[in-house]
Design a protein around this ligand. Structure first.
Ligand code: CMX
Length: 467
């Protein structure tokens, strides 16, 4: 069974498989309008009316039940959030505004002679639900490039962090400090009406996304390139290209990889820790910088985004302990050692997914195409053959398949980015696209402060007439 699944996923069937979907997918409602905020204005009016009518008619419809196990079990499976930007199917994986990763790879604009979608296009799709034209994507690239400069107090703070502060902590601190620039916080303090909130959140979101690569590259160069400054932004280059330039990488394939990486890590519906933390904090009308810093703090956990660092650490230990050219038996024993010492196998399992993560597969396709002989890639492929059966045999993990984090480090290492403590920062740059798209809509639709009801064990026992 496992080998059948693997056989079907190791080839690249996406172009053929995606074509029927694409006919309805490619639609540019206002193809000549390159102003995203302007586009949003009419969409928000329409969607607000739609939601108002829908709630009026069906507001009392019951969508699910909550068991005591769900309450103790991390609220798994409880339907309690609205997220318009993407939906995660346990078997199919993520769909951004209804469209799978292979669809997006095919349909979203790319650079000339490029093969990977531009994250700018994905952002447009997440925000509007429509596939942008090349011109619309170029307008976003220009917009983000124009907003990339950092205020001096943020640069000074970053330059003064001791190297012992983890890159994710630096990223989160920089975002928190950028709150001083928030248009939304200023507008709120001035008493601007609620129906205009989204416009200020939009400006903050665009600033935040524009500035994130500059912050991330400054952190990288401070920690790993002797503090040499980042190069200036070029408004003619796309977001990922400026980012890799500032990091100090000049291989065009690394930039292509970055375009793909920043696209696929962007959004994973609303309940994951980073998206939910950002949404929760934003619901208190904390500004987008403070809200996204909260999301980043969640992303920095080893069961979430930090898993990409953990995977590389674990692979490094594997190579130190048993080497690079290892037999299946040796690998088998190493994996069992990990499990028996009470650790998780990083990069495997998922709270929602029950199949191999399509974000893993798209990275695997990239590796098969561009670095098939890479020894670490071969090791990762060997793990893909062996880990799921072991996790099934152990009988604990509900999903024995690899997730996005099992593959990203291998690709980055291939192009020379070996500093694994930095990997989650890249995830954090990308996740802003989804979190910010959602935050614009949360304020546009006037979502209230989030406040679910909690209960004590004593209260639950009383409910069950037991003690
Ligand atoms: N290795 C070993 N044990 C695992 C496991 C793995 N990869 N995945 C799950 N399990 C264990 C859990 O720890 C849990 O054990 P206990 O009952 O002793 O607590 C049991 O299996 C059941 O867990 P689950 O319901 O299958 O998984 P959860 O929804 O609770 O957790 C996740 C999901 C991702 C945190 C978990 O699979 C995990 O820890 N994986 C490794 C870390 C990782 O790769 N995280 C990245 C996820 C993607 C992302 O967010 O970036």
């Amino acid at each position: 069974m496992l080998s059948v699944l693997r056989a079907s996923t190791s080839v690249l069937p996406r172009a053929k498989a995606s074509l029927p979907v694409l006919s309805s997918f490619i639609r540019h409602v206002h193809a000549d309008n390159t102003d995203l905020k302007d586009e949003l204005r009419s969409l928000i009016l329409k969607q607000s009316e739609d939601v108002r009518e829908f709630r009026q008619k069906h507001g009392n419809k019951v969508v699910g039940e909550v068991t005591i196990d769900m309450m103790y079990g991390g609220m798994r499976g409880i339907k309690g959030l609205i997220c318009e930007t993407s939906v995660l199917d346990p078997d199919e994986g993520i769909r951004f505004r209804g469209h799978s990763i292979p669809d997006c790879q095919l349909a979203l604009p790319k650079v000339a002679r490029g093969e990977e979608p531009l994250p700018e296009g994905l952002f447009w799709l997440l925000v509007t639900g429509e596939v942008p034209t090349d011109d619309q994507v170029k307008a976003i690239s220009r917009e983000w490039a124009k907003r990339a400069d950092l205020p001096s107090h943020v640069v000074t703070m970053l330059n003064n962090f001791p190297s012992t502060v983890h890159p994710m902590a630096q990223l989160s601190a920089a975002l928190t400090t950028l709150s001083s620039q928030s248009h939304f916080a200023k507008a709120y303090a001035e008493g601007k009406p609620k129906k205009l909130y989204w416009e200020f959140v939009y400006e903050d979101a665009m600033d935040l996304i524009g500035k994130l690569p500059t912050i991330a590259a400054t952190i990288y160069r401070n920690l790993f390139r002797d503090g040499s400054p980042v190069c200036p932004i070029d408004v003619k280059k796309d977001w990922s290209w400026n980012f890799t330039d500032m990091l100090g990488y000049d291989d065009p394939m690394f930039t292509e990889l970055m375009r793909m990486y920043l696209t696929i890590h962007s959004d994973h519906e609303g309940g994951n820790v980073s998206a939910h933390a950002c949404h929760l904090v934003g619901s208190a009308l904390s500004d987008p910088y403070l809200s996204y810093a909260a999301g980043l703090n969640g992303l920095a956990g080893p069961l979430h985004g930090l898993a990409n660092q953990e995977v590389l650490l674990w692979l490094t230990k594997l190579q130190q302990d048993i080497g690079v050219d290892v037999s299946d038996e040796e690998m088998h024993a190493f994996i069992w050692d990990t499990l028996q010492s009470g650790q998780v196998v990083p990069g495997y399992g998922h709270a929602v997914l029950r199949k191999t993560d399509p974000r893993y597969l798209v990275q695997r396709e990239f590796a098969l195409k561009h670095l098939p002989e890479n020894k670490l890639f071969r090791l990762v492929s060997q793990l893909y053959k062996i880990v799921p059966d072991i996790l099934i045999e152990q009988g604990k993990a509900k999903n024995p398949w690899p997730n996005v984090d099992a593959h990203s480090g291998v690709l980055l290492t291939h192009y020379g980015m070996t500093e694994m403590s930095y990997y989650t920062v890249l995830f954090g740059v990308s996740r802003a696209l989804g979190c910010m798209a959602s935050m614009i809509w949360s304020r546009a639709l006037g979502f209230p402060i989030e406040r679910p009801k909690s209960m004590s064990t004593a209260g639950l026992k009383k409910l069950c007439n037991t003690n």
